[in-house]
Design a protein around this ligand. Structure first.
Ligand code: C2E
Ligand code: CA
Ligand code: CA
Ligand code: CA
Length: 280
């Protein structure tokens, strides 16, 4: 199934006869993955398009299965959502983000521009304990809420009754809120602009492509005026080529994320992107 996408990973194949058994087995193993130390976090830079310097990072979860190797989050996150394991995994990844941002703030000084983004799924957003978890983790780690950003998809927000209230509460606590995968949810702009958000992450499907004339490029060019008018920051996702970066700069974008600037990486590799003299 997933192997068709070019990765060598092959285990869970929804087309096979015992797909339901396999899914149940994976769900059970996923429940054990965190206590067994199989889950880890990588950090991908979000950069200033004019200087290429990192202004922040998105934390991305990974599962290294002892027999099946690295299992992509696109496979295990939906299972974690269905089974509720995402609540524990989500708390853990939030802790990692808070610990890391507190560590960087300590070592780089308060002027360090690093802000860490954490993905929050629909199930977490709907969890009545979510705000309490955020509060607890901030208190336990000593992280500055201003150094954290929560990423939610428009689909998650629009399908969760209490979402707007949850997002507003997080902003009141000092966190920033980003709308992830923007443009893929087919919701109307006016509906989205009513949401309490600070950042739009423009989905990579609009950013990728080679010509300035393709539909995605036109969407990207037009969105920026919109975000400017609403006082929202735009981050372009999935930037892979210098030509794409140049198009974004020309359109007026300030922030971007993508393989051109750095893949998801360990914190040790991430720190090599900092000005060396600044790292204690
Ligand atoms: P996302 O939140 O949209 O994350 C961005 C994805 O795009 C990441 O995939 C990243 O590696 C990939 N990416 C970044 N730059 C490029 C590029 O230039 N080209 C291409 N083709 N891809 C790029 P990843 O790490 O495989 O994660 C996939 C999805 O899994 C994420 O999409 C997110 O929805 C989910 N996910 C990952 N970690 C977490 C987590 O901790 N919690 C939750 N709830 N979801 C997570
Ligand atoms: Ca994201
Ligand atoms: Ca995204
Ligand atoms: Ca996504």
């Amino acid at each position: 199934a997933k192997a068709a996408g070019g990765s060598r990973w092959q285990w869970f194949d929804p087309a096979m006869d015992h797909a339901a058994d396999e899914a149940a087995r994976m769900a059970a193993e996923l429940r054990q993955a965190l206590p067994r130390g199989e889950i880890f976090a990588l950090f991908q830079p979000i950069v200033d398009l004019t200087t290429g310097a990192p202004t922040g990072a998105e934390v991305l979860m990974r599962w290294r299965h002892p027999e099946h190797g690295l299992i992509p989050p696109d496979v295990f996150i939906p299972i974690a959502e269905r089974t509720g394991t995402i609540i524990e995994l989500g708390r853990w990844v939030l802790e990692q983000a808070c610990l890391q941002t507190a560590d960087w703030a300590r070592r780089l000084g308060p002027a360090a521009p690093m802000r860490i983004s954490v993905n929050v799924s629909a199930r977490q957003l709907a969890d009545p304990g979510f705000l309490g978890t955020v509060r607890d983790v901030l208190a336990a780690t000593g992280a500055d809420p201003a150094r954290l950003m929560i990423e939610v998809t428009e689909t998650a927000v629009l399908n969760t009754g209490s979402a707007a209230r949850q997002l507003a509460a997080m902003r009141a606590m000092g966190l920033r809120v980003a709308l992830d995968d923007f443009g893929t949810g087919h919701s109307s702009l006016s509906l989205l602009m009513d949401l309490p958000v600070d950042v739009l992450k423009v989905d990579k499907s609009f950013v990728s492509g080679d010509s300035a004339e393709h539909v995605g490029a036109i969407v990207v060019r037009n969105l920026i005026g919109f975000t400017d008018d609403f006082g929202i920051d735009a981050v372009a996702e999935g930037v892979e080529t210098e030509a794409q970066a140049e198009r974004l700069r020309a359109a007026g974008y300030h922030y971007a994320q993508g393989y051109l600037f750095g893949r998801p990486m360990t914190t040790a590799d991430f720190e090599k992107l900092f000005v060396p003299a600044k790292v204690a």
